[in-house]
Design a protein around this ligand. Structure first.
Ligand SMILES: Nc1ncnc2c1ncn2[C@@H]1O[C@H](COP(=O)(O)OS(=O)(=O)O)[C@@H](OP(=O)(O)O)[C@H]1O
Length: 305
């Protein structure tokens, strides 16, 4: 099927009969293959399907939205740039501290937002292998639509925060469960926000090993500091309201509090109970357990989706 960078209505006409909801004024979510996705995102998946062929050396950071993607991207940049020239500064300096001058999202693009055309960040960022990209897409959709996806190493980060119910890439419980089931595969590294918070050096050490990089304890400490919320949230690049915008989102919005458990302050008892019921229903017997912390106080909980 021919595709252009925008995707076409013809390609997505099969969605006409799908369930749809208006998530925000003007933004329609379509229920597709078990998940709620923005129509434009579905079009992008068609493009990815046609144009992107990952290599075994590529690395995919998969995460549910608001679970700590920005942090994981910062860690990956710090670790990988220590050992390879995956990114270079505009001045051509492979050793430059790119997190000082770039928001992590600028350095590691979302697969589903790439057009793979002449000006894509694949061309801008990828100097040498490995190419690192990220996704909020569910595992099953990637597996079905991205040729060779199975060979890519991927790191999944979940749990601390979440957006529940009818939200892009939701439902949360199903999204996380799909990746969780893959966690024992050799090319998978599954980590949670809580683990990273509780023992950052140990988690980063495991991540360094998974990425086949080598670092001393001091270097790992440096990576933890360089990628920390405390540091990044204060950098000019992430505060400056003029320069600091990516896909229409000001960079400072990626750094709210970063505190595990804060969501409890935003939920009523009834919401907590419904959440627990949903957790029991969807994760029963899986070994997954929620440590409650919800970033978005405006969540809508849905029993049945
Ligand atoms: N470096 C670092 N260290 C620790 N925590 C961090 C970091 N960067 C972002 N955050 C916190 O992650 C939350 C945002 O999640 P995401 O980055 O996944 O958002 S997004 O999906 O990319 O929009 C959001 O959590 P809340 O503050 O609780 O809302 C951020 O504060």
């Amino acid at each position: 099927m021919a595709t252009n960078a925008q995707g076409s209505d013809e390609e997505t006409s099969f969605l006409n009969d799908s369930r749809k909801v208006e998530w925000r004024p003007g933004t329609i979510l379509v229920y597709w293959k078990g998940f709620w996705l923005m129509l434009d995102l579905i079009k992008s998946i068609m493009i990815v399907e046609n144009q992107f062929k990952p290599l075994p050396s590529d690395i995919l950071l998969a995460s549910y939205p608001k679970t700590g993607t920005t942090w994981l991207k910062a860690l990956a940049v710090s670790i990988i740039s220590h050992n390879s020239k995956a990114w270079i500064s505009p001045e051509g300096d492979a050793q430059a501290d790119l997190l000082q001058t770039h928001n992590p999202h600028e350095l590691i693009p979302f697969l589903e937002m790439e057009t793979f055309g002449e000006n894509s960040s694949q061309n801008i960022n990828k100097v040498l292998s490995p190419w690192v990209f990220s996704t909020h897409l569910p595992y099953s959709i990637l597996l079905e639509h991205v040729k060779n996806f199975g060979v890519v190493s991927f790191i999944f980060l979940a749990i601390q925060h979440m957006l529940l119910g009818i939200v892009p890439e939701g439902p949360f419980f199903d999204h996380v469960l799909e990746y969780w089931k893959e966690r024992e595969k050799k090319n998978v590294f599954f980590v949670t926000y809580e683990e990273l918070k509780e023992n950052p050096k140990e988690s980063v050490r495991s991540l360094v090993e998974f990425l086949r990089c080598s670092m001393t304890s001091e270097e790992i400490e440096q990576v933890v500091w360089k990628s920390s919320h405390e540091r990044l949230s204060k950098l000019d690049v992430n505060i400056d309201e003029v320069k600091g915008i990516w896909l229409g989102i000001p960079f400072n919005l990626y750094f709210r509090k970063g505190v595990v458990g804060d969501g409890k302050n935003q939920l009523t008892t009834e919401m907590m109970e419904r959440l627990e019921a949903l957790e029991n229903q969807r994760w029963e017997g899986s070994g997954l357990k929620l440590k409650l912390s919800i970033a978005n106080p405006n969540i809508k909980l849905m029993d049945k989706i």
